[in-house]
Design a protein around this ligand. Structure first.
Ligand code: 5GP
Length: 186
């Protein structure tokens, strides 16, 4: 699952986890970004120092890892997290950027890929500013990355527009349920 920062991935997916009948588990990514107020280690992210992150990269512990906003902060999906979810019989949801998703698509050809897009770039900018957590410079950088990410949307199996959250939650839950049922018959 990808979508530009501010497209509403986190809040849409929180509802999907509650409502979707498919056994889903969110993969908790590792990051070197400092925690935002209210974020919990091991729940929102596994917060690592740059040294800890690099050591884990060297031990090939990531399925994919990228510096997402060119600001020195790394994000990555831990192999152990995904393996634990799959072993528990769940579908593991990766909420990751387009570079990471591309890597995952190369390795897991049967992955169900979804791109969540904002109604418009203006809407995205409004959400990013409304969050009040980022500096002007960080917002500009995120908008630049957003334009690049939107251009990659066609590479995903599904595209969902988040101009109405309930509708987006329904669409994602339905498509996951259909994919799940299909996989049970394969
Ligand atoms: P934030 O700093 O707002 O929590 O996350 C910024 C972006 O990082 C998200 O929009 C998401 O796409 C990306 N991201 C989060 N976790 C991962 C990850 O494990 N791998 C990759 N490649 N991107 C991630």
């Amino acid at each position: 699952m990808s979508g530009p920062s501010g497209a509403g991935k986190t809040s849409v997916m929180q509802c999907v986890y509650r409502r979707c009948p498919v056994p889903l588990v969110r993969s908790v990514s590792a990051t070197t970004r400092p925690p935002r107020p209210g974020e919990r280690d091991g729940v929102d992210y596994c917060f690592l120092t740059a040294e800890q992150f690099r050591a884990r990269q060297e031990r090939a512990e990531f399925i994919e890892s990228f510096e997402v906003f060119g600001q020195g902060y790394w994000y990555g999906t831990l192999r152990s997290t995904v393996a634990a979810g799959l072993e528990a019989g769940k579908w593991v949801v990766l909420e990751i950027d387009v570079q990471g998703a591309e890597r995952v698509m190369q390795r897991y050809a049967d992955a169900v890929t979804i791109f969540l897009e904002p109604g418009s770039l203006a809407e995205l900018e409004r959400r990013l500013r409304g969050r009040g957590t980022e500096s002007e410079e960080a917002i500009e950088r995120r908008l630049k990355v957003a334009r690049r990410e939107l251009a990659a949307a066609d590479g995903y199996r599904y595209r969902v527009v988040n101009d109405d959250r309930d509708q987006a939650v329904r669409e994602i839950s339905d498509l996951l349920r259909q994919e799940w049922e299909k996989s049970c018959h394969d």
